[in-house]
Design a protein around this ligand. Structure first.
Ligand code: NCD
Length: 309
């Protein structure tokens, strides 16, 4: 892979997505061994900078770096000097002075990883920038779908919930369209805006209008603070209208996969019996996350070394 950074899936061509997913499959075995470590990135330095809360994504990147033998340091908002008023650029200049090879950034400002990628020689992976993109999540979701559906070409993926404000949905939309899948979206009008059609989605609103056709139904976390703006008064009302329960799931095919990027609000986006259903692949998504992030680190840093050797 010739790119220095992975900032989003918008401009990543199909062959490159396939290559990343195939590489992730090769790395998956490492996490199944008793000694979960390969020497691939020995001596390389990975810094993860998380300015927003995260458990899953941060742990996943940290474990991926460790399993490749990279030296990793992670800094989260609560421990960073940003709390003392330092700008992101100054934080990055200081980190750059310590010679990292790769910086993983999560930040509430859309475009912040792009700014670092333009300004510094280290590689950058976007781990979520505001409502823009979260490419490693899109890739781990596509790997999980591919495991079950073989190919994504011609498959139908329904994304339900706050699609408009979701970087997970946006990265999936770009990636899935590139891979030849159809994307249907449903949710309250304020969260499922007509503009999404520009990105290649078919906007339907009611969950019943997307379930019957879906090979995959991806439920998004509902951010309680956004409910009022969505003109849905309570989490209970949202659950009735847009949440997935066994009755609604029965309208889908019996093979329809249920996905969620986490963290789940049980009883809101989906009932506990749907979250733990045989069709739910939510923990496979998490397992694939480590492999996809190992693949990305290897492709951004490791392959370059091999070519130079
Ligand atoms: C998501 C995120 O932070 O964008 N979570 C994740 O990375 N798995 C989605 C969310 O917070 O709802």
């Amino acid at each position: 892979m010739k790119r220095k950074d992975l900032l989003g899936l918008r401009d990543v061509p199909r062959a490159e997505i396939e290559h990343i997913l195939d590489t992730a499959v090769r790395f998956r075995g490492v996490s199944e061994r008793r000694i979960k470590k390969v020497p691939t990135l020995r001596g390389r330095t990975v810094v993860s900078l998380f300015f927003e809360n995260s458990t899953r994504t941060k742990t996943s990147f940290d474990l991926a770096a460790k399993r490749l033998s990279a030296d990793g340091v992670s800094i989260s908002a609560s421990s960073s000097a940003a709390k003392k008023g330092e700008t992101l650029m100054d934080t990055a200049r200081n980190i750059d002075a310590m010679a990292p090879d790769l910086v993983i950034l999560r930040h509430s400002c859309a475009g912040s990883p792009h700014m670092l990628a333009r300004s510094f020689d280290f590689s950058v992976i976007n781990a979520g920038d505001g409502i823009n993109e979260h490419p490693s999540q899109g890739l781990l979701d596509m790997l999980t779908m591919r495991d079950h559906l073989q190919s994504l070409e011609g498959k139908t993926v329904a994304i339900v919930g706050d699609v408009f404000h979701s970087r997970v949905a946006r990265s999936n939309l770009y990636g899935l369209r590139t891979m030849g899948a159809r994307v249907l979206v449903a949710g309250p009008g304020t969260m499922c805006r007509p503009e999404l059609e520009v990105l290649g989605a078919e906007v339907r609103h009611r969950i019943d209008d997307v379930l019957a056709e879906a090979d995959v139904v991806m439920m998004l976390r509902i951010q309680r603070e956004r409910l009022a703006r969505a003109m849905v008064s309570t989490a209970g009302e949202y659950a009735d209208l847009y949440g997935l329960d066994l009755k609604k799931l029965a309208r889908a095919s019996e093979r329809t996969l249920v996905m969620h990027p986490g963290p789940i609000n049980r009883g809101v986006e989906m009932t506990p019996d749907v979250a733990d259903h045989a069709n739910s692949v939510i923990l496979e998504q998490v397992r694939n996350g480590v492999a996809v992030r190992m693949a990305l680190m290897y492709l951004l840093l490791g392959e370059i070394d091999e070519a130079a050797a």
